[in-house]
Design a protein around this ligand. Structure first.
Ligand code: CMP
Length: 142
């Protein structure tokens, strides 16, 4: 299993507020190489698959409605120790708990409207990247 890849989503509200550029700059400034990226509209069916692990949670339907209401940007990012380092860069799920300097502290509004997603394990990074990108859409040199 690779440990140098993670998957991210820039969420609808962050795109609407024109935070896309500053967020991508944070990826790059912190050593993440963008190896695949595209803007898509997430279908309800795909959102259900993406967030399968949360299906019993009380916020599940709300989360699906939010993630499908507008465009999202999905990307695969490469860096050594990608999953843990990226989670540190984005900060805690709730921006009120996120550390200063993290992406969520700077650009998120709430638990739900939290600007970006980051994979929580190498397994999930591989699964999530595979949901959105075929092999020929990812640029990997090694
Ligand atoms: P994300 O990293 O995309 O993974 C699951 C998402 O569920 C999370 O970001 C939040 O957007 C959302 N989420 C988690 N907890 C809550 C909550 N208590 N209320 C609303 N949304 C939540």
């Amino acid at each position: 299993m690779r440990t140098d890849l993670t998957f991210t989503i820039i969420k609808p509200s962050a795109i609407r507020k024109n935070f896309t550029g500053p967020i991508i700059e944070m990826f790059n400034r912190n050593g993440f190489k963008i190896v695949a990226m595209k803007m898509v509209h997430l279908s309800p069916d795909k959102a259900r698959i993406l967030y399968e692990v949360h299906k019993e949670r009380p916020f599940f339907n709300d989360l699906l409605a939010y993630m499908t209401e507008d465009r999202i940007i999905v990307a695969a990012l490469q860096k050594e120790n990608a999953v843990a380092d990226f989670r540190e860069l984005i900060g805690k799920t709730d921006p009120n708990e996120a550390a200063f300097g993290t992406i969520r502290k700077m650009f998120a509004e709430s638990h739900k409207i939290n600007a970006v997603h980051g994979s929580d394990s190498n397994e999930n990074a591989e699964r999530e990247i595979g949901l959105f990108f075929s092999e020929d859409e990812i640029f990997l040199k090694n």
